[in-house]
Design a protein around this ligand. Structure first.
Ligand code: NCD
Length: 308
């Protein structure tokens, strides 16, 4: 399996075997991700991180991953300080980033931007979220987390909850979970359903997702409840956001009939979907999930860099 120089634009660009290989490399990165071992796999290499949208975990964990591999990073977290404000196109900015680095990470509000960037860049481009499109590296760390928490992904009952219309983490994850023969349930307000295009692809893959708007009834059978934030910034009409804000807030009472092994995941940031009192329960896995971004992104950088 050779990942050297490969772009990471959509999770659909990867086969199940390739995903499993990335997850197994990620496992070997855990000690270095925790600082218990020193790695110099990417020594002398530079990662460019171009964030045109806000980010905490994705940005910091990509940087931590590169630094833990002995490499360096440069980039921006706010396009206001760049020539984008002077009217420079994404294509031209990407040409600069590829000239100054070995791998380019891009987060951009426009769907399809990462695919476009990959066409203009000789260096590999990694999609860190393109609008409401895809977020493939989040999916890899989500899969890693499910495997780590439950022992395997295959055959598990997984409910994706919240904003399935605009949530890119849910789109990417659904595609991947279909490859792993999971039983999928999609829980969302009527106006924020999983896009028809995603559902059709899942059905082509042989998945038969169950659609629901009743979270409470879904909890007892679930192995994973994957909660997402309502994507306020993607609503064309703020009044529509107000109507659905606060839908599906988990509380202690709702999870009292959950399996003991059920795990709650969330790509974060959370707004009010998961109150802090859930953090101390055996079910919360979201902070471990956020840490897993480091070993998974280390594996991806090392694979794309051709050093493992
Ligand atoms: C998500 C994103 O940016 O899509 N966050 C992340 O990368 N961990 C989810 C979100 O913003 O709601």
């Amino acid at each position: 399996m050779n990942f050297k120089g490969k772009d990471v634009v959509s999770i659909r660009d990867f086969s199940k075997k390739e995903i499993e290989h990335i997850l197994s490399v990620a496992k070997t990165m855990v000690p270095a991700a925790k600082g218990q071992e020193i790695s110099e796999l990417m020594k002398g290499k530079i990662l460019a991180t171009l964030f045109y949208e806000p980010s905490t975990r994705t940005n910091l964990s990509f940087k931590a991953a590169m630094l833990r591999l002995g490499g360096s990073t440069l980039g921006f977290t706010d396009a206001k300080g760049t020539s984008a404000t002077k009217g420079e196109t994404l294509a031209d900015t990407i040409r600069m980033a590829e000239a100054y680095s070995d791998i380019v990470v891009l987060r951009h509000p426009q769907e399809g931007s990462a695919r476009l960037a990959a066409q203009f860049s000789k260096q590999p481009v990694i999609n860190a979220g393109d609008g409401a499109g895809q977020h493939p590296t989040q999916t890899l760390l989500d899969l890693f987390t499910i495997q780590d928490e439950l022992g395997s992904i295959e055959g598990k009952n997984i409910a994706l909850v919240g904003d399935l219309r605009y949530g890119r983490t849910a789109h990417s994850l659904a595609h991947a979970l279909a490859m792993f023969d999971t039983k999928l349930t999609f829980v969302s307000p009527r106006t924020l359903k999983m896009p028809g295009e995603v559902i059709r692809h899942l059905e082509d893959e042989g998945a038969e997702p169950v659609i629901s708007d009743d979270l409470e009834s879904v909890i007892p059978d679930s192995d994973i409840i994957y909660v997402t934030r309502i994507q306020k910034e993607r609503f064309p009409d703020p009044a529509e956001y107000i109507k659905v804000a606060g839908s599906y807030r988990l509380d202690q009472d709702m999870i009292k009939n959950a399996k003991q092994t059920m795990r709650i995941m969330h790509p974060l940031p959370r707004v009010n979907e998961i109150p802090p009192e859930i953090d101390a329960t055996v079910h919360s896995a979201y902070f471990r999930q956020a840490f897993n971004g480091v070993p998974v992104r280390m594996a991806l950088l090392a694979l794309v860099g051709g050093v493992v």
